[in-house]
Design a protein around this ligand. Structure first.
Ligand SMILES: *Cc1c(COP(=O)(O)O)cnc(C)c1O
Length: 356
């Protein structure tokens, strides 16, 4: 039976990417060797790294003011690496707390310097993106989580400030065009919308990079990796290769503008189906709804097991909600097609007719 993968992460990637990546495990670029056994300094892998970086720049419209890095340690390492490099003891960074991932980023920042939580939606179980708070002009940076994977909220516009924005874009990178010049640093674990687990994309503006405040271990210093094109040590070659293939695929869809159109259509269909049902609801403020992670809860929790069984029978996989929200969550990243979303909406509508 065809499966529709709604997993929050590691997550769906295009089928074409899986096919090409599996071929490269056996024979990469026709050289008779696996991509897993060749040197990262071979010309074949160098070409992969060059193309991956070039695609990031092209897809997001990055000028030469930006450096593109493929690091390890996940987005979670960035929570610490950012303040370690950029937040001085006598400086303050602003953080907006929009859920578990922001909370973790705040915890790490506090070790290194002044950390001001400018706003939080915690009291409402993170069901919206805070707005209308004060952003002091002298902050070193403003940290946001652009899409909250667990709670299903997303920034649809940036806070109004001249302070450089640092954004955790793990779950919505390459899902839409962004105003790159507003950012000092962008980071994203690959495994949501870009590739397999194992690499973390970091995009950093050169003038932001110049604001480093302390000496840090070599591997945790952005400049180490900038100087060596992410090959100071052995990079996660396969994760970078598969990410590169996925970026090629994004480009073939019409780039981030092309995928945004499809993402909007998928989200519109799913949210309107939930809104029109009598059994389900989405707990998020309408203007902050995520186009990537759609949460939907049941008014009558006793029906949850039956709904999960019906969705599973239709091939919908990994829709159980995160424990901190409950109910269900469908992650509809770039690689999820409209057909998959239609299948899920049919299950919702049918279930609603039967039990509503
Ligand atoms: C998954 C996720 C993370 C954690 O990423 P790791 O690569 O596992 O460290 C951080 N932030 C967001 C928004 C996420 O969705």
């Amino acid at each position: 039976m065809k499966k529709y993968n709604f997993s929050a992460g590691p997550a769906i990637l295009p089928q074409e990417v899986f096919a090409e990546a599996s071929q490269a495990v056996v024979d990469f670029a026709g050289i008779g060797l696996s991509i897993l056994e060749i040197s990262h300094r071979s010309k074949e892998f160098q070409a992969v790294m060059d193309e991956a970086q070039a695609l990031v720049k092209e897809l997001l419209g990055l000028s030469d003011d930006f450096e593109v890095l493929f690091l390890q340690g996940g987005a979670s390492t960035q929570f610490a690496m950012i303040p370690m490099n950029f937040l001085g003891e006598n400086e303050t960074a602003g953080y907006v707390d929009t859920g578990s991932w922001s909370t973790k980023a705040i915890k790490e920042a506090k070790r290194y310097g002044g950390t001001s939580v400018l706003a939080s939606s915690k009291e409402d179980n993170f069901n919206h993106i805070p707005k209308g708070y004060d952003i002091p002009a002298d902050l070193k940076y403003l940290h946001i989580t652009s899409n909250n994977t667990i709670f299903g909220t997303e920034y649809h516009s940036l806070p109004d400030t001249d302070v450089p924005v640092v954004a955790d874009m793990s779950s919505n990178i390459f899902s839409k065009p962004i105003d790159v010049d507003r950012y000092g640093l962008i980071y994203a674990g690959a495994q949501k919308n870009m590739g397999p687990a194992g690499t973390t994309l970091v995009i950093v503006k050169k003038d932001f990079l110049a604001k480093q405040v302390r000496e840090v271990p070599t591997m945790l210093d952005y400049n180490t990796h900038v100087g060596k094109q992410s090959m100071f040590n052995t990079p996660p070659v396969f994760a970078i290769y598969v990410s590169m293939l996925t970026l090629r695929w994004v480009k073939a869809q019409g780039g981030v503008t092309g995928v945004q159109k499809l993402n909007q259509a998928k989200a519109d269909l799913l949210y309107s189906t939930i809104d029109d049902s009598s059994l389900f609801y989405n707990p998020v403020a309408k203007e902050d709804r995520s186009l990537m992670n759609v949460t939907f809860l049941m008014k009558n929790k006793d029906l949850e097991a039956d709904f999960l069984a019906a969705a599973t029978a239709a091939g919908c996989s990994a829709i159980k909600g995160h424990r901190s929200v409950g109910g269900f969550r469908a992650s509809i990243y770039n690689a999820m097609d409209l057909e998959g979303v239609k299948v899920l909406t049919e299950v919702i509508t049918d279930f609603d007719k039967k039990h509503g």
